[in-house]
Ligand binder design. Structure first.
Ligand code: CP3
Length: 362
């Protein structure tokens, strides 16, 4: 059943069809971090909110910025405006974003007692603002395009929870991983439960697809990726609600730097894999077969180049994925805050025009 005020029918369901590997008249497109600082209207709303966390925690404002990129460009999906760090924030780790510095936790997990106390939050209480935003965005979208919900992976969340901030080498986290793997395993188990509950709550509130960001999975050793990341992500995916509103709710798994583990990722139960720009789409398709959709993978820095170059690079990506169903165009990682919105308009236009031809239309 659809929530009150939400139309049952999607006007544009190309994203959901491509994720189900069904034919579409063109390749659907959305951009990681499509609502963000490269848009002047985003910066204006954030200034009104005061800071990023207040923006994310105020459903009316989160709704406003979620829709901003869609009002500018003919994108094929909306993504919930929030952050992966809402879970550790709800666990009481004390999240703050210092201006220009990135996230910082006041109480990172540094000892046995803190790890023992850790518990999965109840999304309907501590993360209620996220669910309220999902419901409000669905109403505001009015069935234009599907809404993607998301979470960090258990491992990527643990990176920030132990380190207390971003890091170039994750020294504190890696010290725990090698010296006290039992502590990290306990954190990862709690995170897997938290991510499962959180994504299922987003689906119940109206998310029509979900994406798991394993941004730091690629920093693990080959053996460590299976043991500390994929095992837990698999558990999450296996426990996700698969249907809502009479439709499949696909799950996209993105591991930055995960190109060497695509076969294992494809066997995780994910419906689609996000590829970063270091992965060759032809090779990826050969390795995973036709069983999953693929999303990606233009280098976000391509968008710093003149429009003709951006258009040529976009065609190269589309050619590499080929005309077979099951490609969702995206960047290989989040869009840079220094991207010119006009360049994004050129990209969106080229992907629509060229992919229509590629798929046999005109
Ligand atoms: O894609 C979207 O438009 C939805 C919104 C979204 C944000 N963060 C908003 C945001 C999503 C999907 C995320 C996910 C996220 N957050 C990830 C995984 C994806 C990735 O980029 O790898 C990670 C690792 C984070 C953690 C995080 N949040 C960092 C490291 C930072 C600071 C670095 C930066 O880019 O500024 C944030 C802040 C953040 N999250 C911003 C936005 C728009 C910028 C904050 C601001 O407006 O000042």
């Amino acid at each position: 059943m659809t929530a009150p005020g939400v139309p049952a029918r999607l006007e544009n369901d190309t994203l959901l069809r491509a994720l189900a590997r069904e034919a579409t008249p063109y390749t659907p497109l959305w951009l990681m971090r499509q609502a963000g600082r490269y848009l002047p209207e985003y910066n204006a709303t954030r200034a009104r909110a005061g800071d990023f966390l207040t923006l994310a925690k105020t459903p009316a404002l989160a709704t406003e910025v979620t829709l901003q990129p869609l009002d500018r460009f003919p994108l094929d999906a909306a993504i919930l405006f929030s952050d992966i760090l809402t879970i550790p924030d709800a666990m009481g780790l004390g999240l703050a974003f210092a201006a220009g510095e990135g996230p910082r936790f006041a109480h990172p997990l540094r000892d046995e007692a803190a790890v023992a106390r850790l518990a999965a939050p109840d999304p309907s209480r501590e993360l209620r603002y996220v669910l309220d935003a999902v419901r409000e965005i669905r109403r505001a979208l009015g069935g234009r395009v599907p809404l993607i919900g998301f979470s960090g992976s258990p491992y990527t969340l643990a990176c920030y929870m132990v380190e207390g901030s971003g890091s170039s080498d994750w020294q504190t986290l890696k010290t725990m991983l090698y010296a006290r793997p039992d502590l990290l395993q306990r954190i990862l188990s709690v995170n897997a439960q938290a991510v499962t509950d959180y994504l299922n709550a987003q689906i119940e509130a109206g998310a029509q697809a979900v994406m798991i960001f394993d941004t730091w999975g690629g920093t693990l050793s080959h053996a460590g990726y299976e043991t500390f990341s994929l095992v837990y992500t698999r558990k999450v995916i296996g426990a996700l609600r698969k249907q809502a509103e009479g439709r499949q709710v696909p799950c996209i798994l993105f591991t930055k730097g995960g190109g060497q583990w695509l076969e294992a990722m494809a066997a995780s139960g994910a419906d689609a894999l996000g590829l970063d720009w270091t992965t060759d789409p032809r090779d990826a398709r050969r390795r995973v077969g036709a069983g999953v959709a693929l999303q990606g993978n233009l280098d976000p820095m391509t968008l710093m180049a003149p429009p003709a170059v951006v258009r040529a690079q976009a065609r190269q990506v589309l050619d590499a994925f080929g005309p077979a169903p099951g490609h969702v165009f995206n960047l290989g990682h989040g869009i840079s805050q220094f991207t010119a919105p006009d360049t994004v308009a050129e990209l969106v236009d080229e992907v629509r025009t060229y992919s229509t031809k590629l798929r046999g239309g005109r």
